[in-house]
Design a protein around this ligand. Structure first.
Ligand code: CP
Length: 296
């Protein structure tokens, strides 16, 4: 079975993946998946997701087969459908697909006849980032119930935001989406409060989850400038004074330092950003192992 979107997973399946990731952190599985072949197919740039999938596959003992789309026959005009059929005909065990078009991972799974993990498709979904964030939150707070989470910045263009907006209320946390009106969801679409005034909500938050302005997806159009964004919605030292003592700062990366977050907060004691990156490896091990084990 493929993983396209976090909403495919029940709450108990999510918790089981987090538990398995925790086990994998404690005891490496060795070469349990030797003989399995994984093909990461990234049609958009990535650092964290790509490297962590590769590392995770290697820790599982599986082979990672290189596919560089810029040097593939896509560059000669081959369609995504033909590329997927071609790769599928060689019978790999699992594909990891990132693509600018929402829905591309499902199409690749259908055309290739191979299970796919969605590594980010357009504005739609990035389920392994959501799971890495949930593992990071659970490791730090011990659970989710009662946490107040502020999602700040370009929410409507963010696939990462969508995953957390879907999951966190089911797990007992409450949310407030904060940003300019052009970046925040309409009231009532998600189970979240909405605010355009960061300073009025900062003091109530356990987690400030910052999001990059997604310029490659149209984010920022109609917004005056990075400097103006930072003035109204950036987390910096003067705003940090308003945070509760135990409040932590998260960001999926890549960060625009000086826009949504200042250096001192990105690198400071409140930052869980390195933990989010680290959580990506055991989470991707757990997700791939689940699929390779044949979970339905
Ligand atoms: N968070 C995330 O998806 O980062 P990359 O684009 O570097 O993979």
């Amino acid at each position: 079975m493929s993983l396209f979107d976090i909403s495919q997973l029940s709450q108990s399946e999510i918790i089981a993946i987090l538990d398995r990731a925790d086990e994998m952190k404690k005891s490496p599985v060795g070469a349990s998946y030797s003989g399995k072949a994984i093909v990461p197919m990234f049609f958009e740039p990535s650092t964290r997701t790509r490297v962590s999938f590769d590392l995770a596959a290697s820790k599982l003992g599986a082979a990672v087969v290189s596919f560089d789309h810029r040097n593939s026959s896509s560059a000669k005009g081959e369609t995504l459908r033909d590329t997927a059929r071609t790769v599928g005909a060689m019978d790999p065990d699992l594909l990891i697909v990132r693509h600018e078009k929402a829905g591309a991972p499902e199409a690749v799974a259908r055309w290739s006849g191979t299970p796919v993990v969605n590594a980010g498709d357009g504005r739609r979904a990035h389920p392994t980032q959501t799971l890495a964030d949930l593992l990071t939150i659970r490791d730090h707070f011990g659970g989710f119930a009662g946490l107040r989470v502020g999602m700040v910045g370009d929410i409507v263009n963010s696939r990462v935001a969508r995953g957390l907006l879907y999951c966190l209320p089911h797990l007992g946390a409450s949310l407030v989406a904060v940003g300019p009106a052009t970046f925040t969801p309409q009231e009532g679409i998600w189970d979240t409060d909405v605010s355009t005034d960061l300073d009025s909500v900062l003091g109530e938050l356990d987690i400030v989850y910052l999001l990059r302005v997604q310029k490659e997806r149209g984010g920022g159009l109609g917004y005056p400038s990075d400097g103006e964004f930072h003035k109204r919605f950036g987390l910096n030292d003067s705003r940090a004074d308003q945070l509760k003592p135990g409040c932590v700062v998260m960001h999926p990366g890549p960060m625009n330092r000086g826009v949504e977050i200042s250096d001192s907060l990105a690198d400071g004691e409140r930052s869980l950003i390195p933990s989010q990156v680290a959580a990506g490896v055991p989470i991707r091990m757990a997700v791939m192992a689940r699929i390779l084990d044949g979970a339905s």
